[in-house]
Design a protein around this ligand. Structure first.
Ligand SMILES: [Mn+2]
Length: 183
């Protein structure tokens, strides 16, 4: 279980995340009903214990800062011995969205979603979770359905990726990095 509190002059976000298999309960209060809806979908489909409390000055700041805080929590909750790679495809009426991800420490996002706010959410989440995240919208005309199908697929893929496993995290062996500040 990880708790992260992030506060700026624009937003205050508190996230509690438990990615262990028995956690499964979600509670969100972000002042934004659609953001609450998407976080609930993500948490439920992932089987996470997830609590998010947030407030902010503008929807853009709120959504981005929730994504950053959740990403940091997800990174901290990722077990070292996990399945690492996963994908899922979800349909919701006319919408079909495929998500593929890697929790191996490489921050990368490939979208887009047809919503600049939620495309940005996924980019910020991937960067802060140090996750490679690809989202492909295969079909869909209703943006609510497309975004919701993406969050469902992300949740299902995360459930598989954090599950216990013995993924090979690198063929490089350990990375030795020496850092010195000179003068
Ligand atoms: Mn909905």
């Amino acid at each position: 279980m990880t708790e992260i509190v992030r506060e700026t002059s624009e937003t205050r976000v508190s996230v509690t995340l438990d990615a262990s298999p028995t956690a499964a309960s979600v509670d969100t209060a972000t002042t934004d009903p659609f953001l609450d809806h998407m976080l609930t979908v993500l948490g439920r489909y992932a089987g996470f214990g997830l609590t998010v409390e947030a407030r902010g000055d503008l929807p853009h700041h709120l959504i981005e800062d929730v994504a950053i805080t959740l990403g940091v929590a997800l990174h901290d909750e990722t077990p070292e011995a996990c399945t690492r790679y996963a994908d899922a495809t979800v349909v919701m009426d006319e919408a079909m969205v495929q998500v593929a991800l890697d929790l191996g420490g490489r921050s990368y996002y490939e979208g887009p979603l047809p919503s600049s706010l939620y495309d940005h959410f996924l980019r910020s989440l991937a960067e802060n979770a140090r996750m490679t995240l690809h989202v492909r919208v295969l079909r869909g005309t209703d943006r609510h359905h497309v975004v919701e199908a993406a969050f469902k697929a992300l949740g299902l893929a995360l459930a598989k990726a954090v599950a216990p496993g013995d993924a090979v995290f690198s063929t490089k062996g350990s990375v030795k990095l020496e850092r010195r500040r000179l003068a």
